[in-house]
Each structure stands twice: as structure tokens, then as C-alpha cells.
Design a protein around this ligand. Sequence first.
Ligand code: ZN
Length: 281
Amino acid sequence: MDDQGTAGPARQRLHRRRRRLLLLLALVTVLAVAGAVWLQGSGEDGIPIAEGGPATFAPTPTAPTPTAPTPTALPPTPEPTTPPAFDRAQLSITDPASSWVVVNKARPLSPIDWAPADLVPIGNGYQLRAEAAQAMDAMIGAAAAQGLGLSVQSAYRPYEYQVGLFSAQVSRFGEERAEIQVARPGYSEHQTGLAADVGGGGCDIESCFATTAEGQWVAAHAHEFGWLVRYPEGRQDVTGFKYEPWHVRYVGVPLATEMQRAGVPTMEEFFGLPAAPGYPG
Ligand SMILES: [Zn+2]
């Protein structure tokens, strides 16, 4: 009898038991490792897996990573804008029909007896060119809204009228004084239909107008309606006329406003024209 014959089956049983034990150990190890991985909860990219395991894998909201502010395109910085230069040549200063026409003792109207074609009545028998009439209405209305009573004392004067007025002044005061007070025919702004003499505050066509509330309002606000106090104080050497706080000349709001802004009180200076203190010759 061979020992193996009796020992053989016993050893085989032992082997089987060991194998089962090893299998069991391996199974336990596999389960332990799987459990550990599960508990550690780590996904592919190191993203923690949500409770419930891989079956419910979903990217969980992650805390927003602080990001550097994205450089956004800034709105283009506007170029420093300089207002377009006032075009001093946009209207004629020679054409008698132009609202910018400069008339003085060196610049008579041409033709000398020129008359406007668009005169309209403005009350009290006075007339102005249509645009100036509208601007006078607006100015008188604005003054009235401030409780000030402005009135027109003279407006358009035709060439023939100026002929009579001038000769009357000459015979009364002599030519030298007449020429300071009244323009020669053809040299008067009143002939353009764009000039007027205004009064108020108990002072009409006198230097005292400058001291009235009406006169002071005109000095401060006339430009807003397109009017200039055409013969300002201290400019007789330029305009040829002493200070006339009552004589206003319509040039339109753009020019009147620009002259005010620039601080240039006379048309002669504004347009770079020679001073006209007296008649040539
Ligand atoms: Zn006048």
C-alpha cells in the first residue's frame, strides 16, 4: 500500500481548503479596495463624486475659481472736442441784404439808396426786415416777462428820410456835430432794416437808457435774440459813434452770441475791419 494512497485525498482536501481560503482572501481584498476607492470618492479628474456613488456621477457645482478680471474692451475715449471754429465768412458783410452787412462811416450801403424787400410793420408805424421784426418781438416779449417795458422808438429809415434828417441836424447844429449824432444818408444802419432804437424806463434814445432796468437788461440779453448794442461805450474810435445804449442791430443769434462769447463788442473788430472813426476824405 502506498502512503500516498491514504495521504493523497487528505492533502487534496487541504489544498482545496487553502484555495478556498485564498479565494476568500482575494475576494475580501478586492471588496476592501473597491470600498476604499468608493469612500475616497475620487473621480477621473479628481472631482469628488457625489454621495450615492459613481452611478449618480454628475459634475457638482464647484466653488467659482477666483478669476482675474477679464480685460474687457474699454469704450473708446472720446477725443477732446474743440468746438468747430466759428466761420466768420459764412455770410457776406458787404451785401446790403446780408444780416451781417457792416455799415459804418467807411462802408456805405451799395447802392447808396438800397432798400430792403421784406419789410414788415412792427407797430407804431415802424418797420423792420421780417427776421429782425420777429427777433424784436421775441426780445420785447422776454423783457415784458421780466416786468420790463421796452418799446421801439425808431426802426427802418429809408434813404430819403435820412437825407431829410441829416440836413435838419446840419442846419441846427452844424455839420461837425450832425455827423456825430446822425449818419449820412447811405451810411446809416437804419437803412438796412436791421437796426432799431429802443427805449424804456422813462428814457428814450438818451444815454440815461443805460442806467434803466430796461437798458441794463438789453445790454445783458440782447445777444440771446440776435441783437447787438452796436455802438458800445468806449468804441467811438472804432464805430464812429458815441455810446448809444439804445441802438440795437440785428445780426442773428449765432453771430451775436459768438461776439459775446469772444468778448468782441464791435463788428469792425470781430471781422478785422479798419476802424471807421469818421467819413473818409
Ligand atoms: Zn439808431
